[in-house]
Design a protein around this ligand. Structure first.
Ligand SMILES: [Fe+2]
Ligand SMILES: [Fe+2]
Length: 309
């Protein structure tokens, strides 16, 4: 039987027959275990990988017992366990500037409204990252990016996740941890990741301020910082789409969701929260419209055809 496999953000070159997006398939004997298939992919020894069969997480300890059958599909994802995203962990090349977030895995469970909203946030952030990546490519090619647009995107990235998006995810994660500690453990330390993401964003924002003040700063240095930020952010969102949201959808009960909803109402009940929400919506709308207009005006030149000076 052939098992379709999706490798998400797995470092190193894709196995033979897999495309750059990590999509491929592998031949396995009927009744092969998940561990057997991972071994064929050269991943068996690395327990840092999270595995999902048909969108459902399978713990490392279960991989030898879990048998696969025709029609199953496998997703492999390396969760970030709070370690720094150092250069050794990053995939090479500037494709990171362009790689889109992987769409969420769809299961048979209805999407609670909170997860729906969090997913919409991710799609919006992915769009902002695409716009940012486009401006960075312009900068890398030695041309003048739209600094004002970059600044607006960064302002949004500095404020919205910490003030709105992450507190909601933290509520979901805390509830998941209470409901199923093992599932939460396989995801890692979400609060720590959010802190790290905020640190990457601040570092990038500081670098942008420096570049605006001193045009002589090396472009590669700035693009590297931007890559760090974009790679970590995208990977973090992918992890949530692939691990956190499906686990929450599967394991949390209607009572859990009602409690999360209540906690959210308490957290965001002030009149100033409504004002803030409107400001964020307006700011996001402005960036999207700006980016759309910029896209229709200036064609992007592929870096291979127009190398940086
Ligand atoms: Fe998050
Ligand atoms: Fe998120």
């Amino acid at each position: 039987m052939r098992i379709p496999v999706k490798l998400i953000s797995v470092d190193g070159p894709p196995p033979p027959g897999f495309d750059d997006a990590g999509d491929g398939s592998i031949e396995a004997a009927d009744g092969a275990s998940l561990a057997d298939v991972l071994a064929k992919l050269g991943l068996a020894a690395d327990e840092a990988y999270a595995t999902l069969v048909n969108g459902e997480p399978v713990a490392a300890a279960e991989r030898r017992r879990r048998r696969l059958k025709a029609g199953d599909s496998l997703t492999v994802f390396p969760p970030i366990k709070g370690g720094a995203l150092d250069r050794g962990q990053r995939p090479a090349g500037d494709s990171r500037l362009e790689s889109p977030i992987t769409p969420p895995l769809t299961g048979g469970h209805p999407m609670p409204k909170i997860l729906d909203d969090l997913h919409d946030d991710h799609m919006n952030m992915a769009r902002l990252y695409d716009l940012l990546g486009r401006e960075l490519m312009t900068f890398k090619n030695g041309e003048l990016p739209d600094y004002e647009l970059v600044q607006k995107i960064l302002d949004y990235c500095l404020a919205y996740p910490d003030q709105v998006h992450h507190p909601k995810e933290d509520l979901v994660f805390r509830k998941l941890k209470a409901r199923d500690p093992a599932a939460a453990e396989s995801i890692g330390d979400l609060a720590e990741e959010h802190e790290k993401l905020a640190a990457f964003t601040r570092r990038f924002a500081t670098a942008l301020a420096n570049v605006l003040e001193d045009e002589q700063l090396p472009r590669d240095w700035f693009v590297d910082l931007a890559n760090d930020f974009l790679a970590f952010s995208r990977r973090h969102m992918q992890m949530e789409e692939v691990l956190l949201f499906p686990a929450a959808r599967k394991l949390l009960t209607p009572a859990d969701w009602a409690e999360i909803e209540k906690a959210m109402v308490r957290r965001f009940a002030r009149p100033s929260d409504d004002d803030r929400r409107e400001r964020f919506e307006a700011g996001l709308g402005e960036i999207m419209a700006w980016g759309k207009a910029a896209e229709s005006e200036t064609p992007v030149v592929p870096p291979a055809e127009s190398p940086a000076p």
